[in-house]
Design a binder for this molecule. Structure first.
Ligand code: GDP
Ligand code: MG
Length: 180
């Protein structure tokens, strides 16, 4: 008799960034592989569950927390950040301001959540809408920025075209598995 020891991990992942950068579109693309142009502005928090058969013996369940705009953010921050294992901070490549604001989001995360051992939770920086031509943020600038501010990595994504969506999540899961 061969007994495989099955392991299942549940990770809470929070998705944050300025309104309209594509957070909801990203989650929908990742979880359902669909894209719609007209997601109603999220009210409160949307939850999505993604189950990944990581290996013969390892299942990973991701609970994705998709937040509404900043206005609603303040009163629910504690609950929102509580016990998060990982984080996606997203900006829109065609909106410089959304890139600059990622620093505030990162500081917010680092001040409000940490892993049980006290270290910061892994954060991935995503530059969304890479399918669009009118960019306002330079690649070299992002490259310097993500290192300076302790993101685990960054990549361009397109929720619209489904570019680098699963890859970005896979990278984050690898880090979370290593740290769990
Ligand atoms: P959220 O407010 O961050 O959740 O952003 P949404 O997912 O609601 O998207 C805001 C707008 O950007 C919508 O019109 C989306 O269709 C559009 N959008 C989202 N992701 C992309 C993308 O990768 N490329 C393009 N061109 N548009 C996108
Ligand atoms: Mg949304």
């Amino acid at each position: 008799h061969n007994h495989l020891v099955m392991s299942e991990k549940l990770f809470k992942v929070i998705i944050i960034g300025d309104p309209t950068v594509g957070k909801t579109s990203f989650v929908q693309r990742y979880v359902q592989d669909t894209y719609r142009r007209d997601y109603k502005g999220t009210v409160g928090v949307d939850f999505a569950l993604k189950i990944i058969k990581w290996s013969e013996t390892q299942t990973v369940k991701l609970q994705l927390w998709d937040i509404a705009g900043q206005e609603r953010f303040t009163w629910m921050t504690r609950v929102y950040f509580k016990d998060a294992h990982g984080c996606i901070i997203m900006f829109d490549l065609t909106n410089k301001n959304s890139f600059q604001n990622t620093l505030r989001w990162k500081k917010d995360v680092d001040s409000k959540c940490m892993l049980p051992d006290g270290s910061p939770i892994p954060c991935m920086l995503l530059a969304n809408k890479c399918d669009l031509a009118e960019r306002q943020v330079d690649q070299m600038e992002i490259e310097t920025f993500y290192k300076d501010h302790d993101f685990i990595g960054w990549t361009e994504t397109s929720a619209k075209e489904g570019l680098m969506v699963a890859d970005a999540m896979r990278f984050l899961v690898e880090v979370m598995l290593r740290q769990s």
